[in-house]
Design a protein. Structure first.
Length: 182
């Protein structure tokens, strides 16, 4: 390389305390990582299984409670309506009762209290909000009800057991004899 006139040549000079070092000092520590440290057990609160709205946004706890309450009220009112067709005692569910939030229908108040209890556990509330679990439980209940009813009629108090209708009629004749007309 050609030298320009008027400039001094560059020379390597040893700095004090570094005499005799042939290699670089130890490399600097790795940069700190972003996010949680490796091996941490905490998980992100937003996952793929987090309940979302139809638009894809994550639901807040209030929105999840409203969604669960709507679904639960729908199924509860359907079962109360079916019960009401066979038994006038179901009318008690339609009465208006005072609650801390104001006057409400008894069934609605029952549903709201149930949702408040379920909302104490975020994972339960999330599962109910995203999976349609209430509908699945309702369908399972409608399938199991006839089984329970049959078992109760056969083995419950005043149950008839597994006797035939003829056997039951003979028993009733012995219990309640007809008055003689002679």
């Amino acid at each position: 390389m050609a030298r320009r006139s008027g400039t001094a040549a560059l020379e390597d000079q040893a700095l004090p305390g570094l005499d005799g070092l042939d290699q670089d000092p130890a490399p600097a520590a790795a940069r700190p990582r972003r996010g949680r440290p490796p091996g941490s057990r905490s998980k992100s609160t937003i996952t793929k299984s987090t309940p979302r709205s139809a638009a894809g946004r994550v639901l807040s706890k209030t929105q999840m409670k409203a969604k669960v309450a709507t679904e639960l009220y729908g199924f509860a009112s359907m079962f109360a309506g079916i019960w009401g067709m066979r038994d006038p005692c179901a009318a008690v569910l339609a009465e208006v009762v005072p609650t801390p939030e104001g006057d409400r229908e008894r069934l609605e108040a029952i549903v709201m209290r149930t949702v408040d209890i379920l909302a104490r556990n975020d994972s339960v509330l999330g599962a109910l909000a995203k999976s349609g679990l209430i509908g699945e439980i309702g369908m399972l209940g409608s399938l199991l009800y006839p089984v329970g009813k049959q078992i109760w009629q056969a083995h419950g108090p005043n149950g008839t057991g597994h006797r035939s209708v003829e056997e039951l009629q003979d028993e009733y004749v012995d219990r309640y004899p007809a008055p003689s007309l002679a």
